[in-house]
Structure formats: structure tokens, C-alpha cells
Design a protein around this ligand. Sequence first.
Ligand code: ADP
Length: 414
Amino acid sequence: MIILVMNAGSSSLKYQLYNMKNETVLAQGRVERIGMESSIVSHEPAGMPDVRHVSEILDHNTAVRRVIDLLTHPEYGKLKSMDEIKAVGHRVVHGGESFKESTIVNEKVQLEIRQLFDLAPLHNPAAMMGIAAVEANMPGVPQTVVFDTAFHQTMPRKAFLYPIPMALYKRHKIRRYGFHGTSHDYVSRIAAELIGKPLAELKMVTCHIGNGASCAAIKDGKSCDTSMGLTPLEGLMMGTRSGDLDPAIVPFAMFKEELTLSDVNSMLNKHSGLQAISGISSDMREITEAMAEGDKQATLAFDMYVYRLRKYIGAYTAVMNGLDALVFTAGVGENSAIVRQAVCEELTFFGIELDVERNAVHSKEARKISTDASRVEVWVVPTNEELVIAQDTYHLMLNNQAKGSAGAEPLQNG
Ligand code: ADP
């Protein structure tokens, strides 16, 4: 079965074409600067040279049409016809409390995603534009939605509620949702497989640390707490996001600096984190390079980043009353041996013993980086959110076919 995975942003559209027979990527690419002058289209067909175009793409509808043209192009396409695509899976950032798992798109699902626009004003409308564009260009092709929040819907109330008036939860659904769910889910499953124990018997902390960063406490294969909250701003220190802070800082800084709500929002999301403390960059590579040259602010930014991450690992070990495995993933987690070492070297109390040589190895493969004697196993597991979307879509299609042949209601692709 051929499945197209889409991740639509407000001005971008990323895609991957999967052959689910062997879970291989046939082609991938992105359309950037949608709606702006000179949109950029980059297409990478497997085993062929990359294709790059600059043209004007005014909306997501045109972007999807361009993607289909590329995928079926006689020279660098991978498909003879669009009909070979049996389903399209979309990444949707916010599933609120409505979506506890991935699902097939129908009118009701679309309505519910629209009702969540307030919770993810930048992300969910973009995903809906992607869904509408596929509907217009590929009529009748089933679509699915896979949510960043769904995996964390297993959190108990004591973990997802904030200690503020209940009316805010009841009226506006203000609570912790958590993000990066597909990634936490994927890396925890892979780690359990590699450790050779059922997920249900493991207490795990997964650290998805890229530009955005979050930790999850996973017990019995279920997320029981996670560091991002109502929005992806809470929790760990990130590239440009502050993570946790005293909420009273917001009104205080607004008053002292005469900031508007939008100023303070932008300060905490775009001008904080590694970028703000180092004054150099939000990119961990540049921070560690500057640190090696003795830059004091870069060193401080690094130390704060690691310190805050260690605090979460400690807290989640307490929450689960133990820890069997610690997993690193995403840009920093997969590539930065120095961050992993700094995090682990002062967690020996928990039974973590890093193997410095294993940790120093650069690889795209999942690998254990703790010593064989370490009570807690430490793993690096490259994440693959697109693969999870493709797999979920595939399984939803198979289930739907099975139901269809059992005489259930036909798929409504509204
Ligand atoms: P996103 O959250 O946008 O998906 P990624 O997971 O791709 O991001 O992570 C991107 C970040 O990973 C970069 O900003 C950079 O800080 C970090 N990164 C990538 N490679 C390295 C490396 N070799 N060493 C340290 N950090 C790295």
C-alpha cells in the first residue's frame, strides 16, 4: 500500500511517500514559503538526484497539486498515477481531549479539529488547509489524522490539571496536553524492543530534545506525565523557548518593560531559551562550539539546559517510583554526545552509568550508551514521526477494509 504523509504548516508543506510493503520512503520533500514571493519546492526521490524549483505557490491547494505533479512526474516521479496513493496521513498538532488516538477523517472529525483552533491557532488551521487541499486534489482518497497530543491522553488528572480555578478547565479546557506524542510513543516502543522486555514492565523517561524539547514519563507503555503543557512552551529550556518559569514574571515584565501580550508571547517563544542566555544561537552545535572556545554565556546556557533536563528526569523517576530506561531522541538527543554525557554523569544516584566510548559513537542507528553493568539502560533512539503517521494510517486502512468487508458503514471521506 502506498501512503502519503503530510505535515502542513502555515507557510510550508512537508511530505513523505511510503511503500508500506517494506516501510520504505519512495520520495520526500517540502514546499516552503507558500503564499509568499518565490516559493521553494524541494523534492528528493529515493535513488535519484534531488529536484529544486522556485515558483509562485499561493496556497496549500496549489502546493498539494505541485506535490502530486512531482510524485507522478515522468522523469523524477515515483508513481505512474495519483491513483496509486491509497491514503494520506496528516500530522495534526492538537487533538485536545477529543482525540485519544489517530483516526480517519470524516466531517465530524474535521469539525472537532476546527473546534480546537483556539488551542493551537498556528498549527491546527494549517493542518486543516492540508486536509482540504488533499480533498480538492485527490477526491475520494481516504485521509487520516495523527495527533501530537494523543499519546499523552493517558495522563491521570493529577498530572494534567493545573492548580488553578477548575472553571478554567471546565469552560476552556485549560490543562496539560503535552506534545511530541508520536515521537515519545515511537522511541519508547523501539527502546523496549531493543531492551528485550515488554513495555508494560518498564519505567521509562524519554527525552525528545530538538528545537522544541519535551520529556515524558512512560510507565506500563503509557504516558503518565510530560513536560509540555497547554502549549509547547512549558517544561524544558529549548532553543528559543523559555520552558518553565514563575508565571508572575509575565505581568511583572509586562509592567516594567511596557510589553503587550503579543510582545511577551513572542519573547517567551522566540527570544528566550539557549538563544537568550548565550546571546549566540538557539542551535546546540553553535553553543557547544562557543563553549569549547571558552565563551562564558554559552557555557551558562549549556549548564542551564542540562540542569533543567536533569531536574525533569529526577522528577519523573520520583513520579514512577523508579526508572529502568532513559531514552534520548531528536536533533540534540540523537547527535550531541556532550549533552547526553553532562545529563547522565550526575545521575549516578539513580543507577545510571554512561559508557563514555559508546556515547561518543556517531550513528544513525538506535544504540545503547550505558555500560552493561548500569542498572538503568540509556539509549539513543532516532525518532521517526513520519513513519508512525504512515503506520497508523496503514493500520486504520486495514481495519476499515476489514470492517467494510464485514458489512460495516462505508468510509465517509467528508
Ligand atoms: P525540530 O524540533 O525542529 O524537529 P530537530 O529535532 O531536527 O528539530 O533538532 C534540531 C536541533 O538539533 C538543532 O537546532 C540543533 O540544535 C540540534 N542538533 C542537530 N545536530 C546536532 C549536533 N551534531 N550537535 C548538537 N546539536 C545538534
